[in-house]
Design a protein around this ligand. Structure first.
Ligand SMILES: *[C@@H]1O[C@H](CO)[C@@H](O)[C@H](O)[C@H]1NC(C)=O
Ligand SMILES: *[C@@H]1O[C@H](CO)[C@@H](O)[C@H](O)[C@H]1NC(C)=O
Ligand SMILES: *[C@@H]1O[C@H](CO)[C@@H](O)[C@H](O)[C@H]1NC(C)=O
Ligand SMILES: *[C@@H]1O[C@H](CO)[C@@H](O)[C@H](O)[C@H]1NC(C)=O
Length: 188
């Protein structure tokens, strides 16, 4: 009885959780809606670059698919960055200052990785129709990922010349776009 009552009440809360998830639209429209309203044009272009391979221009998809693709893409990028930094540390081809920054950055990315892994799984369930809700409070997850990636970017920015800085800023921007696409489907 208790379980039934609980699941009923969570269904009621969840019902309005992700109101835009199943709206069909093109990726251009999704990117336009997600990134306009005062956001810089580069974000719109980056959004389209993130989506165009899996959802070609002009084709219609549910909005949750765009959010899902973007979350998965940034999650994969986090692994690449961690891999790159770990091998740079092992190769010890970098100065001590960068060494310390990389170690802290790996920790930042581990946190972002765990956060975005939860997020992409929740979005995938919404996309597959296994869940009507986004898992609640995904905004916090995106913000936590942004915070972690931003922390690493700031560490690298203090180094005199880090080959990874541009890369990290790009990943920060992509995480921001993923968040905007999450907001488009109405995550809270
Ligand atoms: C979106 O498109 C799919 C497939 O064409 C369709 O089954 C679905 O009902 C559409 N959803 C909305 C909200 O129009
Ligand atoms: C580390 O060394 C290996 C083997 O020499 C090389 O393949 C790899 O690219 C290097 N990684 C970095 C980040 O320099
Ligand atoms: C989301 O979680 C935070 C704490 O993590 C809480 O303060 C906030 O009220 C929650 N928002 C919703 C919509 O559940
Ligand atoms: C990240 O986004 C900001 C704001 O749009 C832009 O100025 C910057 O050039 C972007 N960085 C990269 C590496 O794309």
């Amino acid at each position: 009885m208790v379980a039934v009552a609980l699941s009923l009440s969570s269904t009621i809360i969840a019902g309005s959780d992700c109101p835009g998830a199943h709206i069909n639209m093109t990726m251009e429209a999704a990117c336009r809606e997600a990134t306009t309203a005062g956001k810089p044009l580069p974000m719109y272009k980056l959004c389209k670059r993130m989506l165009v391979q899996r959802t070609p221009a002009g084709s219609f998809h549910e909005a949750s698919e765009y959010a899902s693709i973007a979350a998965e893409e940034v999650w994969l990028l986090y692994s690449f960055v961690m891999y790159y930094m770990r091998s740079a540390l092992v190769n010890s081809s970098i100065p001590g200052e960068a060494n310390a920054a990389y170690e802290l950055c790996i920790h930042d990315y581990q946190e972002a990785d765990a956060t975005m892994d939860r997020t992409r799984r929740k979005l995938d369930r919404v996309l597959k129709g296994l869940s009507e809700c986004c898992g609640l409070n995904l905004s916090n997850e995106y913000r936590a990922a942004l915070h972690s990636v931003g922390a690493c970017r700031d560490r690298l920015a203090k180094l005199s010349n880090s080959p990874l800085l541009d890369n990290n800023e790009d990943i920060y921007n992509r995480t921001m776009v993923a968040y905007m696409l999450g907001k488009l489907i109405g995550i809270m």
